[in-house]
Design a protein around this ligand. Sequence first.
Ligand code: NDP
Ligand code: GDR
Length: 344
Amino acid sequence: MKKAIVTGISGQDGAYLAQLLLEKGYKVYGTFRRTSSVNFWRMEGLGVMGHPNLELVEHDLTDQGATFALVSKFRPQEIYNLAAQSFVGVSFDQPATTAQITGVGALHFLEAIRLIDPSIRFYQASTSEMFGKVQAVPQTEDTPFYPRSPYGVAKLYAHWITVNYRESYNLFASSGILFNHESPLRGREFVTRKITDAVAKIKLGKLDCLELGNLDAKRDWGYAKEYVEGMWRMLQADESDTFVLATNRTETVRDFVSMAFRAIGVELEFSGKEDQEVAKDKATGKVVMRVNPKFYRPAEVDLLIGNPAKAKAKLGWEPTTTLEQLCDMMVKADIGRNQRDASF
Ligand code: NDP
Ligand code: GDR
């Protein structure tokens, strides 16, 4: 039986990847950090909690000794490093913590692999945020990086140290440059889920108006469940490499707001400029979205769109879920949750 360590098992991608690996017959060691209350709702939602081949292991990836102990105890064939302080906005308030977790955390695993068992295959969760102030459109594996947040800078360190260990020590260490991927399991602090949850609440009369920051940012949004398949394929390839996973379509945050309201049959009319902008329900004239500058970031990533041609050619990976389907799925899931749980 193949064994894999998945860090960040309590996160969106961790839950989907655990489900995928368990379906493929792996023994999965899923790591989580200690918190005062358990945080496994995503795995519970997917029905993988309690699976006989899933073992949950406490681990904080800022602790180098703990990382060595983890790798030497379980000796997996594959390690997927998904754990991170992953919220770009928070990284401006906690830049040093973000650097330790999101950047140096990856180095601890690479060192453990180098010294304990160099045959272990390693996946690093890299990000389109590394392109930041973009130098080419669409972005590919060859586009120069220009990160625009402490998160992007930390991820760039983790990306390059992965490439460096691949080249210096011949490790099988792959870096997946994944563009935004969403799902009903997305954290509510991220913009798509913040929008779909608010739309559900507005439909059910639990909220009057959604407040957002920059509506002009353009993102390439895909479906998380398909992206974890791409991670797995990277570690099954003949050689380790760097791959972009994306949809090659970009939309503004404003477009996603319209799409989410359309999913409940509401057409919007936008008016006002920048921090005065509002959206009204065309049928009732009620303001259902307004801009609040407190959600602006000190520096913004304006336009992301990725070309996944290399992943298609070398891994046979391509996304199939459209943004409309994804948005609809998320709105429906949030309506269901809000109906089931009054305090949600
Ligand atoms: P989430 O924010 O949903 O999950 C992050 C995970 O990291 C959580 O399990 C979290 O634990 C864990 N974590 C945070 N800090 C620590 C720590 N100090 N020690 C151990 N674990 C920690 O992110 P996603 O699932 O969306 O993303 C997975 C990875 O992919 C991340 O590295 C992210 O940066 C990256 N990425 C994500 C993209 C996306 O669009 N989703 C795109 C590109 C890259 P807890 O639950 O306790 O907070
Ligand atoms: P991002 O995702 O920063 O791309 O990082 P997020 O959903 O947070 O922001 C996307 C864009 O929306 C704008 N925005 C808002 N964002 C949030 N969170 N809340 C708001 O109210 C709001 N209003 C407008 C943002 O300014 C931004 O332009 C995500 C994370 O998953 C990272 O870990 C990952 O690496 C990248 O995607 C790819």
